[in-house]
Design a protein around this ligand. Structure first.
Ligand code: BGC
Ligand code: CA
Length: 353
């Protein structure tokens, strides 16, 4: 009787063990799992339009950090290979080709030229490798070409509107900022790269928000400074020579250009001793937050690099595991878009960021 009971228990244990094994997914490439623990390496290629861009490099850092966190949590080997397109679409196309031939699971692309996405889409689709675009939004027609395309970004209109609201708050609180008392705000605006959705829409919506707040505006000058600090400084220096004290507001499509403008203003004796001019940017990069705390930059708008990096990684990770991102990642709309909200940043709340 006793012996029988032991045999029963033993065979139940055996049965349970074999069930456990049977349920295990086969390892990739048909390799036997070593000690039952080997997991498939996940390879995510990240093609950036260029490394030398303050905001983009912070998105890259965020993707790496979040990947490391995931890897620690799950014990998986996750490779993030970020490559520098150096502002050349042809270079970026080659880099994507290499990811494809090397069998990457997913490719994340920050287009050099956002209107040129169809070339990359075609190749990725032929190879069956999903693509997560970010920061430079492909046109809707391209995004509709395949159901394995995603986009992570932020609504450019929203950043423009917030920027305009920060400016409106300043002019409401400081009636003397209308220096020539003509009832209009004389402004200059430093624009990002022509054709970039963030440049076009920030320019348009910042002014719309000022007008919606009841202000009349008078544009003294606008020009592209290609998102870059040095160009921002150069353009601003020229405008100071041309318009001097007539300038009542400086808007910039991003913080790097705003910081360039601040250099030019400081060099011309502005921003101290009662010669303050509000300069407002977008991004809330680390140097911009320092400038804000130092009382130079008046305001900015958080372009959430960490939030975007997390969105890009989470979608790519789900795709690499053959899961449906729309079920795994909160907030995906139309089955393929993930919009990360902007937030107003001024001296009052900068410590929160
Ligand atoms: C950022 C800029 C950046 C650009 C690059 C924008 O969203 O605000 O700082 O240079 O993206 O594409
Ligand atoms: Ca005025």
């Amino acid at each position: 009787m006793k012996k029988f009971r032991w045999t029963m228990i033993l065979s139940i244990i055996m049965l349970l063990i074999s069930c456990g094994n049977g349920g295990e997914k086969p390892a990739a490439g048909g390799e036997a799992p070593a000690g039952g623990e080997a997991k498939k390496e996940i390879k995510i290629g990240v093609a950036l339009y260029k490394f030398d861009d303050t905001f983009i490099s912070s998105v890259k850092d965020a993707i790496n950090e979040i990947s490391d966190e995931k890897s620690k949590e799950t014990g998986e080997k996750i490779t993030i290979n970020a490559v520098d397109g150096q502002g050349q679409q042809a270079t970026q196309n080659d880099q994507v080709d290499t990811f494809i031939t090397q069998g990457y699971d997913v490719i994340a692309v920050n287009m050099v030229d956002r209107t040129a996405a169809s070339v990359i889409i075609q190749k990725a689709q032929a190879a069956g490798i999903p693509v997560v675009f970010f920061n430079r939004e492909p046109v809707a027609e391209d995004m509709a070409k395949w159901d394995q395309l995603y986009y992570v970004g932020a609504k450019a209109e929203e950043s423009g509107t917030i920027q305009g609201e920060v400016a409106a708050d300043y002019f409401k609180a400081n009636p003397d900022a209308d220096k020539n008392k003509d009832g209009k705000i004389q402004y200059v605006i430093l624009e990002g790269e022509p054709g970039h959705q963030d440049a076009l829409l920030r320019t348009e919506y910042s002014i719309k928000a000022l007008e919606a707040a009841g202000f009349q505006v008078d544009k003294l000058a606008s020009d592209t400074a290609l998102w870059q600090r040095a160009n921002g400084q150069e353009k601003m220096a020229a405008w100071i020579s041309a318009f001097g004290d007539k300038i009542e507001l400086v808007l910039a499509n991003n913080d790097d250009m705003a910081l360039g403008a601040i250099e030019a203003l400081k060099a011309a004796g502005y921003l101290s001793d009662g010669k303050f001019i509000p300069v407002i940017g977008v991004d809330a990069t680390a140097p911009a937050k320092d400038s804000l705390k130092a009382g130079l930059l008046y305001g900015t708008v958080l372009n959430d690099a960490r939030g975007q990096g997390k969105g890009i990684f989470d979608i790519a990770y789900a795709l690499a595991k053959k899961e449906n991102p729309a079920e795994k990642v909160q907030g995906i709309t139309d089955g393929k878009y993930l919009w990360i909200p902007y937030q107003k940043v001024t001296k009052e709340n900068v410590d929160k960021f």
